[in-house]
Ligand binder design. Structure first.
Ligand SMILES: Cc1ncc(COP(=O)(O)O)c(C=O)c1O
Length: 399
C-alpha cells in the first residue's frame, strides 16, 4: 500500500484513493508503479520453508506483487472482503457463478444479461445440474415470487448492456437475502465508482476490466470482488482453477485505474450530449439511456447510481437492413466491433429478439448500440449526420 496520508484511508476522496490504492513505492526501490512480475517458480530459502509453504509468495498462480497490487486496490475501492483477477470478463462471470452454485441448485438470471453469460448458463451450468430461470429485469421486489426452495443465486446486470433496462438491485437483494440466496451483479457499465455494489446488497460483483479499467481496448481482464459472506468460497474456487490474469494486462489495468474517474466523467459527458442529440433526430424512435430523464429506469438510476458512462443504445424508426448498412458502412469515426470502454467511439447493430425468453424485445425499428469515446463531439455528430443522410437516401431508393 502507498504511504497512508494523515486522514484515515476511508476518509480520503475517491480520486485520491484511485491514485494511492495498491501502491507501495518503498517496496520497489522508490519507483512509483509496481513493476510487472512474471514467473511461475518462487524459490524458498530452506526445506522447512518449502515444506510449510512459508513465504509471502509461493507460486505464480497464487499471486505476485503485480496481481496483489490490483487485487488490493480493487478490494479497497469496492469495499469488498477480497478480489480475484481472471483473464477476461466472461471468465469472471463464470468463476463467480461456479463459486456459489452446485448440482441441484436453481439460478435466477436476468433476461437482459450479456449474451455469453446466458450461453454459460444454458450449456456448462446445465450440464452440471444447475437449472437457470430467466426473469424480467424490471421484476424488482417481485423476484420473491420466483424464488424456489433450491434457488441459490440471483444474477443481476444493471443496466442491461444492450437494452439498458435498469434493475432495482437493492430490492432484488433484499428478497434474495431473506431467502438465503447469493446476489451477483455484472457491474461493468457503472464500475464501483458509479455503483458501489457491496453497499447496495451485492455479494459477488463482476467487472470486465477489459472495458473501462483498460480504457484503451488493449487488454483482457476480469475482476470478481466478494463480501465477507462469499469471499472464502470465491478464493477457494479461484485457487482450484488457477485461471490467472496475465501480468502485462494487470499492469495496464493498474495504470488505467489511476485515471478511471476522470475518464468515466468524460465518457458520461460525451455520451449524454450525443444521446440527447440522437433523441432529437427524426430517424430515431427512442434512446435507451437510464440517465436521460425520459428513460423508464431514470428514477432508479438517480436513486442508486452516482453517474452514467459511455454506453447506450438507440432504436431507429423502421428502416430496411440495407439502409442501416449504408449508414454504418460509411462511418469514418465510429468503429464497428465488440467490446467497449476504450478512448474510441464504436457502434454495433444488435437484435436480441431471438434469444430473450422471459421478456419480448420488439423495437419499432433497427437497434444500434453506441460507445462514445473522447473524439470532438462536433466531429462525431458530423459523421453520424452523414450516416443518417445515407440511411434516408438508401431507404428512399428501396421504397
Ligand atoms: C456487460 C459485459 N460483461 C462482461 C463482458 C465480458 O468481458 P470480456 O470481453 O473481457 O470477456 C462484456 C463484454 O463485452 C460485457 O459487455
Amino acid at each position: 500500500m502507498a504511504k497512508t496520508p494523515s486522514p484515515a484511508r476511508d476518509q480520503l476522496g475517491e480520486r485520491t484513493r484511485l491514485v494511492q490504492a495498491g501502491r507501495d513505492p518503498s517496496e520497489h526501490h522508490g519507483f512509483v508503479n509496481t513493476p510487472i512480475y512474471r514467473g511461475s517458480t518462487v524459490l524458498f530459502p530452506s526445506t522447512d520453508d518449502i515444506q510449510n509453504r512459508r513465504g509471502r509468495y509461493v507460486y505464480g498462480t497464487a499471486g505476485t506483487p503485480t496481481t496483489e497490487a490490483l487485487e488490493r486496490a480493487w478490494t479497497e475501492l469496492t469495499g469488498a472482503a477480497g478480489t480475484v483477477l481472471v483473464p477476461s470478463g466472461l471468465a469472471a462471470v463464470s468463476l463467480a457463478l461456479l463459486s456459489c452454485l452446485k448440482s441441484g441448485d436453481h439460478l435466477l438470471m436476468t433476461d437482459s444479461v450479456y449474451r455469453p453469460t446466458r450461453v454459460f448458463c444454458d450449456t456448462v451450468l446445465k450440464r452440471f445440474g444447475v437449472e437457470t430461470t430467466y426473469y424480467d429485469p424490471l421484476v424488482g421486489a417481485g423476484i420473491a415470487a420466483l424464488l424456489r426452495p433450491n434457488t441459490a443465486a440471483v444474477f443481476t446486470e444493471a443496466p442491461g448492456s444492450q437494452t439498458f433496462e435498469m434493475q432495482d438491485v437493492p430490492a432484488i437483494a433484499e428478497a434474495a437475502h431473506a431467502h438465503g440466496a447469493v446476489v451477483l451483479m455484472d457491474n461493468t457499465w457503472a464500475t464501483p465508482l458509479f455503483f458501489p455494489p457491496h453497499e447496495r446488497g451485492v455479494d459477488l460483483a463482476i467487472e470486465a476490466g477489459t472495458k473501462y479499467l483498460s480504457g484503451g481496448s488493449d487488454l483482457l481482464l476480469g475482476l470478481v470482488s466478494a463480501n465477507e459472506r462469499c469471499w472464502r468460497r470465491l478464493r477457494a474456487t479461484f485457487d482450484s482453477m488457477a485461471a490467472c490474469a496475465g501480468p502485462e494486462d494487470v499492469f495496464l489495468a493498474l495504470r488505467g485505474l489511476r485515471t478511471l474517474s476522470l475518464r468515466l466523467k468524460e465518457h458520461e459527458r460525451q455520451a449524454l450530449d450525443l444521446a440527447r442529440w440522437l433523441a432529437a433526430r427524426p430517424e430515431v424512435d427512442r434512446v435507451l439511456h437510464p440517465a436521460l430523464e425520459s428513460d423508464p429506469g431514470h428514477a432508479i438510476w438517480r436513486r442508486d447510481f452516482k453517474g452514467s458512462t459511455g454506453l447506450f443504445s438507440v432504436v431507429l424508426k423502421r428502416a430496411p437492413n440495407e439502409a442501416v448498412a449504408a449508414m454504418l458502412d460509411g462511418l469514418e469515426l465510429f468503429g464497428m466491433g465488440f467490446s467497449w470502454g476504450g478512448f474510441e467511439s464504436l457502434v454495433i447493430p444488435f437484435d436480441c429478439a431471438t434469444y430473450r425468453s422471459a421478456t419480448e424485445w420488439r423495437p419499432a425499428g433497427p437497434a444500434l448500440r453506441f460507445h462514445v469515446g473522447f473524439e470532438d463531439l462536433d466531429d462525431l455528430k458530423a459523421d453520424l449526420d452523414a450516416g443518417f443522410a445515407r440511411l434516408r437516401e438508401r431507404h428512399a431508393s428501396l421504397a
